[in-house]
Design a protein around this ligand. Structure first.
Ligand code: FAD
Length: 333
């Protein structure tokens, strides 16, 4: 859906460029409006593109008021909102605040020149006093790096269960996404085998879902190999290293729910240093959200590096106000 420019590039002047129209990018745009700053939110896909790509029947673990931004109430018909409700909500937020979103436009490069930023996108060139990177972590799957991973029957994203009816499925992982996929596909008629590196289902799995998966495994309705790894995938079968030795089982599809990674290359190209800690945390000041490049900020889940369960919508909405406060104090008078 990304469009390529067919016209000559123009340079647009603004105060703040926000990269990514996820919930936190939108919150940053609202904070700009509230402080009379000029801004553009540039998004390579649809509005809240990560949420748009979540499983169709996905339910948030947060209650709706914790996903609110910009003082717009989020009314959900369920204790926990669904993907559809969240899409409706963030569309309403964007309409209510008349947010400047430039959709289907990818930010390609950021360059700092004379204390200001040149931002090159797939359609335009911008000149800004500050840049906020709110690019999330949902675009790059954490690969298993095993033979057969690139076969068409292997998926790192899951949309819906229907096409898996009557199929032999291997689900890799034991965190929320893997558990949701295993339960939903099993309930819609797939034969599900879970391959789990750890010794049990993840302790962070939603508390109201965990007993369901534990019981399905206990009752042998879903097979689970714990302390095990998928080591090779071929048409029609897979190899699993288990505590009982190497086994080969028949297989139609592999759903590798092994998590996702922030775009470290994009961050590094922008001049942001990546920490030497285990989580590769991009360097930023947690009070101001400013990176090692002055005037360049991080917001939302991208701040956690590999620790993708540290920041959520509910606890990173505050990044927007922190950034704009610092910006007003330092760069924009
Ligand atoms: C299955 C699932 C369930 C979740 N449930 C919850 C929950 O219940 N509660 C909660 O608080 N959090 C939840 N989270 C986490 C939450 O959805 C994410 O934390 C949220 O989307 C983060 O918002 P964000 O704005 O930081 O990043 P994102 O929503 O990921 O937005 C980043 C945006 O940047 C865009 N982008 C990336 N690179 C570029 C580029 N170069 N140029 C232009 N645009 C770019 C992307 O397309 C994307 O739209 C869940 C996550 C997942 C995966």
């Amino acid at each position: 859906m990304e469009k390529n420019s067919e016209t000559a590039l123009e340079t647009l002047e603004t105060d703040v460029i926000i990269v990514g129209a996820g919930p936190i990018g939108l919150a940053c745009g609202i904070a700009c409006i509230q402080n009379n700053l000029r801004y553009e939110i540039i998004e390579k896909g649809a509005l809240v593109n990560s949420l748009f790509n979540y499983p169709l029947n996905m339910t948030f673990f947060s209650t709706s008021e914790r996903l609110e931004i910009g003082n717009v109430p989020f009314i959900s018909h369920n204790p926990k909102p669904t993907r559809d409700e969240a899409l409706e909500y963030y569309r309403r937020v964007a309409m209510h605040w008349k947010l400047n979103t430039r959709l289907y436009e990818r930010v390609l490069t950021l360059e700092k020149n004379n204390e200001e930023f040149d931002v090159m996108t797939s359609r335009n060139r911008y000149h800004a006093k500050a840049v906020i990177i709110a690019t999330g972590f949902y675009d790059i799957p954490n690969l298993m790096h095993i033979p057969g991973e690139s076969l068409p029957k292997v998926h790192h994203y899951y949309k819906e269960p229907h096409n898996y009816y009557g199929q032999k499925l291997v689900v890799v992982g034991a965190a929320n996404s893997a558990v949701d996929v295993a339960l939903e596909t099993w309930r819609k008629g797939a034969e599900v085998t879970m391959v789990v590196r750890e010794g049990e289902i993840g302790s962070n799995v939603k508390y109201w879902v965990r007993p369901d998966i534990v019981n399905r495994i206990r009752d042998s309705e879903i097979t689970a190999w714990f302390n095990s790894s998928l080591i090779a995938i071929r048409e029609g079968e897979v190899d699993i290293q288990t505590p009982e030795g190497l086994i080969t089982i028949p297989n139609d599809y592999v759903l590798a729910m092994t998590g996702y990674l922030p775009d470290f290359a994009f961050l590094k190209d922008a001049g942001i240093e990546i920490g030497k800690d285990e989580m590769h945390t991009p360097i930023h000041n947690s009070e101001t959200m400013e990176t090692n490049v002055s005037g360049l900020y991080l917001a939302g889940v991208v701040c956690g590096g590999l620790q993708t369960n540290k920041w959520f919508i509910e606890n990173s909405r505050v990044h927007a106000d922190k950034i704009i406060t610092h910006l007003l104090e330092t760069r924009i008078s």
